[in-house]
Ligand binder design. Structure first.
Ligand SMILES: CC(C)(COP(=O)(O)OP(=O)(O)OC[C@H]1O[C@@H](n2cnc3c(N)ncnc32)[C@H](O)[C@@H]1OP(=O)(O)O)[C@@H](O)C(=O)NCCC(=O)NCCS
Length: 401
């Protein structure tokens, strides 16, 4: 048996993070661990102990996640690892169990994560809830489908200026899309704006796009110089490009695609409804390949379901199975955007992981029924659930955490 508890201090924290750290090259440095602790308080890092020795770790970034029509406290699960000497002996299961109970006690109604492997987290009640993929836009195929007179003026800014200018733009975009996490000042600095030693050969560049005297879009990108056969062959890697309005978004993309010498612009983590799909005249050339993005775990059904907005539709009753969070088990009625326990006959029966999949609006109940992840107990219930839960735009989580 293993004991699992939150880390008591910085030293335990470092050893617990070290469980996943030894799968990385190089292992986490002292400097990394200090920074990591600034965005992940040590009491949010659970450690698995065997005879007093730490053999595993599982952490939570405490942030808010944008959900359809709102924003909720969310446990951003990260740094999950077990020493190879102790694998497949139940350490992960014990940590997941303790972590979910802790998240529930803290009043965070949802948890979310990026999975290193898709096969791990379904058993703990997480459902695949959003999609992403990389676009590779070659310079020769980067024309827009419609003529564009780009709005505004682009200018380089320093990291210090970006600290003031970028967060309001990001926050405006976050209010329009589910799946985006809130970012503290430390998060911006450590994750996005700081110049890193290992990027000195291709430093991050920061662009602000001003429209009507206000920054309405920004971009963070790196360029990798190459000339091949006498021709420009450089790559532009977009870390993030965000606009607060459709005009500013189109303009920042036109700016990025027009930079000279770039043979290709690489756009990772693009959601399936990324604006470039319709801005570009030849989106097929961008070779999109979709993969899973955020996985969502409903930790508190009434708080999570009452915390998002819905489309039109009457009351819907769910019968939910939850093998870990027993407080979620049973029947829940969703009516006028409020979810409460009920004795009424259920319309749908499903596992909490399927509800997590549907939560952000990217996976439909129709899809879930097609893959046998739910039972429709009353005719038309799946269609009614889709009308309620479906949401546009699709969720987008612009960073792996
Ligand atoms: C993934 C990892 C944390 C699993 O830890 P573990 O202690 O071996 O897992 P457990 O023994 O508690 O296994 C719990 C369950 O998960 C399953 N499982 C564990 N790792 C799995 C994997 N990589 N793929 C599929 N299933 C996995 C086990 O079979 C077991 O299933 P069951 O209880 O339903 O029969 C560990 O192998 C690891 O550290 N891997 C490298 C880092 C990593 O991928 N971390 C996840 C980051 S998102």
């Amino acid at each position: 048996m293993f004991d699992v508890r939150p880390c008591a201090d910085q030293e335990e924290f470092s050893r617990a993070v070290g469980a996943i750290g030894q799968y990385f090259n190089p292992p986490p440095s002292e400097e990394f661990l200090v920074d990591f602790n600034r965005v992940l308080p040590h009491e949010r890092m659970h450690a698995g102990f065997e005879n007093g020795v730490i053999v595993g770790g599982a952490g939570v970034f405490p942030f808010e996640l944008s959900v359809p029509g709102g924003s909720l406290p969310c446990a951003g699960v990260t740094a999950v690892g077990v020493q190879p000497t102790h694998r497949r002996r139940g350490v992960l299961r014990a940590m997941m169990d303790a972590q979910l109970r802790d998240v529930h006690e803290r009043g965070e109604p949802i948890a979310a994560l990026w999975a290193s492997e898709e096969t791990i987290y379904g058993r703990f009640g997480y459902g695949l809830a959003s999609w992403a993929g990389e676009l590779k836009v070659s310079h020769e195929w980067d024309a827009f489908a419609e003529p564009l007179e780009p709005a505004g003026t682009a200018r380089f800014v320093t990291a210090e200026e970006a600290r003031e200018l970028f967060p309001p733009v990001y926050e405006r975009a976050r209010q329009q899309r589910p799946g985006m996490l809130s970012r503290s000042k430390e998060w911006w600095e450590i994750r996005h704006l700081r110049h890193r030693d290992d990027e000195q050969n291709a430093p991050r560049r920061f662009i602000a796009l001003d429209v009507d005297g206000e920054t309405q879009a920004y971009a963070i990108y790196r360029t990798f110089f190459a000339f091949e056969g006498g021709l420009p062959g450089s790559r532009l890697v977009v870390r993030e490009a965000v606009g607060a309005t459709p005009e500013a978004t189109a303009a920042i993309w036109r700016f990025l695609l027009d930079i000279d010498w770039m043979a290709v612009a690489e756009v990772p983590l693009a959601p399936p409804d990324h604006p470039l799909f319709l801005l570009l005249a030849l989106p097929r050339r961008a070779g999109y390949r979709m993969h899973d993005s955020l996985w969502v775990r409903i930790v508190d059904i009434p708080a999570a379901l009452s915390g998002r907005a819905y489309g039109e539709g009457g009351p819907l009753v769910f019968e939910v199975r939850d093998a870990i969070c027993e407080w979620n088990e049973g029947r829940w009625k969703l009516e006028d955007g409020v979810c409460e326990r009920t004795d009424a006959a259920p319309d749908l029966a499903l596992d909490v992981s399927a509800l997590g999949s549907a939560y952000l609006g990217a996976v439909s109940f129709t899809q879930l029924r097609e893959v046998l992840r739910l039972e429709e107990l009353r005719g038309g219930a799946v269609a009614r659930a889709d009308a309620l839960f479906s949401w546009r735009p699709l969720p987008w989580c612009p960073e792996i955490f």
